[in-house]
Design a protein around this ligand. Structure first.
Ligand code: ATP
Ligand code: MG
Length: 340
């Protein structure tokens, strides 16, 4: 099961709309999909017109109280391949219970592991904050999709992720792959076109190729308790979210995980840099210290050939565990990785 969280601490940037319509489109494309409403505001639940009876608050409560239960009683089947776990305001009361546990950030990860073989995709709609629920979604995810709207505030979502990575850098050596999705694009407005140009440069490969255009029918659909595919199947929004599901299926099909390890006792900070991150040091590519002398990170990379190096404090070196090297253009060497 590929777990994809829709995450941005900014409110109203299209998380719920994306979660609901992406999940429905994946279901339409034949993928068995689980959609989890992890927001106590329960917007996913409302915008699908589902009456909450038993859902994520009950499932998590059961799990936290160590009751072993199946998933069925917490599911609502919404379409042939789409199963929803609803939410309610009661979810916010659980945050306190989470915080008492040592594994408070990994509860959802452990829970979802139990059902990993039953679904092809799991889409998680996150609340607009950086609380314990969002962090649980982050650590349970293989992929994070950050919706961005036409304003610089939504770029704060990028800071969100860096903050998360900063706050939690010693907890897990696995980072989900992060993609950005431009939503509510309107080519009639110069600010929208300019914003797209700006984020294309800023985000490069991490900006999804699919762009979600503004479409008033999306609002009407949600208000009606329907996805855009049910409300107006030929609307622009339906076309865009169907394309998005295709792109996500393509990306997740090709994605592999590469493990980078460096040994060294006295380092303070170790980064891996390469053509997969434009040779830029950033928090996303900072190795975690696993024990007194082992630094490690697992990175999601697509099929292909990659050149890279480590930067340990201010020293650059090739990968001592990888014998494949090529000359770089500065008279030194790069390590070479082939992902099949
Ligand atoms: N492509 C679109 N075209 C027109 N309206 C849209 C589009 N995408 C989202 N909206 C509308 O924008 C509003 C905010 O969207 P949404 O609820 O998905 O954001 P959110 O990030 O989940 O918000 P919150 O942070 O409060 O959970 C909603 O009224 C939604 O219907
Ligand atoms: Mg929402």
């Amino acid at each position: 099961m590929k777990v994809i969280s829709i995450l941005n601490q900014k409110g109203g940037c299209g998380k719920t709309t994306t979660a609901v319509n992406l999940a429905y489109a994946l279901n339409k494309q034949g993928y068995k999909t689980l959609l989890i409403d992890l927001d106590p505001q329960a917007h996913t639940t409302f915008s699908l017109g589902i009456a909450h009876v038993l859902g994520i608050p009950d499932l998590l409560e059961n799990y936290l109280d160590s009751h072993c239960t199946g998933l069925d009683q917490f599911l609502t089947q919404r379409d042939q391949n789409l199963f929803v776990i609803t939410s309610s305001i009661g979810l916010s009361a659980l945050e306190h219970k989470f915080s008492l546990r040592e594994d408070k950030l990994f509860v959802l990860y452990k829970l979802l592991n139990r059902y990993a073989s039953e679904y092809e995709y799991c889409i998680v709609d996150c609340p607009p904050n950086l609380g314990v629920l969002t962090l649980n979604a982050y650590f349970a995810s293989n992929y994070v999709v950050v919706p961005l709207t036409n304003c610089d505030f939504s770029l704060k979502g990028m800071e969100t992720l860096n903050q998360i990575i900063d706050m939690t850098q010693d907890l897990s050596p696995t980072a989900p792959a992060i993609y950005y999705l431009f939503t509510q694009y309107d080519k009639r407005f110069r600010y929208s076109v300019n914003f797209l140009d700006k984020i294309k440069i800023l985000l490069g490969e991490n900006l999804l190729k699919t762009i979600i255009r503004t479409n008033i029918s999306m609002r009407e659909a949600a208000a009606n308790g329907q996805t855009i595919f049910e409300y107006k199947p030929y609307a622009r929004g339906a076309q865009d979210y169907m394309l998005l599901a295709g792109e996500i299926a393509e990306i997740t099909k090709d994605q592999k995980w590469a493990r980078f390890v460096l040994k060294g006792k006295n380092y303070k900070k170790v980064y891996v840099v390469g053509d997969f991150n434009q040779w830029q040091k950033s928090e996303t590519f900072k190795l975690k210290k696993l024990d007194s002398d082992t630094w490690c990170i697992n990175l999601p990379l697509r099929k292909g050939k990659y050149s890279y190096k480590f930067c340990a404090d201010e020293t650059w070196c090739t990968d001592p565990f990888n014998t494949f090297e090529e000359d770089d253009s500065f008279g030194g060497k790069n390590s070479i990785l082939h992902i099949e």
